[in-house]
Design a protein around this ligand. Structure first.
Ligand SMILES: C[S@@+](CC[C@H](N)C(=O)[O-])C[C@H]1O[C@@H](n2cnc3c(N)ncnc32)[C@H](O)[C@@H]1O
Length: 245
């Protein structure tokens, strides 16, 4: 209980503010369109090609209900619920964006504030996914064990993750030890090109973001791009979509 409180308090307030700003920023919509090829006001690193691959993989299962881990501003959660014609529960620990999401909940979407490390549900899901929301999970095996309990027998657990210096082996081992069969697809090249676009388009749009009063939103994404490209230049990073069943 105390740990949970600690994590909830630890949820970065600055990032929460940025998530909220993103849904009201026309500059961010234009930026996403240029960087990702489609605007979902997204905060992930899932480019058009990796998103199409993700959607194609989902065609293998019948999805009636899904769980989105680290759903952020919920724009993609809402889109996917429509696209897959299912109910999706989005979970995120950011307080203000969760309230914002809850206010636009509908028959297909519900949103909960929760810390992923402690989240559990009695509901069983056909699909559990995360678009770059699992980076903080340290105790992977116990986390994946919990996920397996919430997954229907024919269900699928998919997540995109960038790993720095060899963490991929730990993810695969933990998934296998939990009893999952795992496939993975390398999207490291896609990630590097995406970050390069963030820097290029970011530079071009700096004036617009400044006028709109959302320069910190852009600068946060650009700082992330510089950091990530540095890790790639040092051969320390790689990115995969993990598909576990
Ligand atoms: C990179 S963003 C991706 C957001 C969204 N999935 C998207 O595609 O735009 C990661 C999200 O995960 C949430 N998050 C990170 N660690 C979390 C944790 N331990 N518990 C709950 N949410 C977490 C953050 O608040 C953030 O909204």
């Amino acid at each position: 209980m105390l740990f949970k409180l600690f994590y909830l308090l630890k949820a970065p307030k600055e990032f929460d503010k940025l998530l909220l700003a993103s849904v009201n920023s026309s500059c961010y919509k234009e930026f996403c369109l240029k960087v990702y090829g489609e605007d979902f006001s997204q905060f992930n690193i899932v480019d058009e090609e990796s998103f199409s691959f993700f959607l194609k993989t989902l065609e293998k299962i019948k999805v009636r209900s899904a769980l989105d881990l680290g759903c952020g501003n919920g724009v993609l959660t809402t889109y996917l619920a429509q696209k897959l014609d299912c109910h999706i529960t989005g979970v995120d620990f950011s307080p203000q964006i969760t309230v914002f999401n809850q206010n636009k909940s509908n028959k297909k979407n519900s949103f909960q504030r929760g810390v992923l490390e402690f989240y559990s549900s009695k509901e069983i899901f056909d699909l559990i996914y995360s678009l770059d929301g699992l980076y903080s999970i340290k105790k992977k095996k116990s986390f994946f064990t919990k996920i397996k309990k919430m997954l229907s027998p024919n269900g699928m657990f998919l997540f995109f993750q960038t790993e720095v210096s060899g963490a991929r082996g730990q993810i695969i081992d933990a998934l296998k030890e939990t009893g999952f069969k795992v496939e993975q697809k390398d999207f490291s090249f896609n990630e590097q090109r995406l970050w390069e676009r963030v820097l290029k388009i970011g530079k071009e749009m700096e004036g617009d973001f400044k006028k709109e009063g959302n320069l910190s939103l852009l600068h946060t994404r650009m700082a992330e791009a510089k950091r990530s490209l540095y890790f790639y230049q040092q051969n320390l990073a790689s990115r995969h979509l993990f598909i576990a069943r």
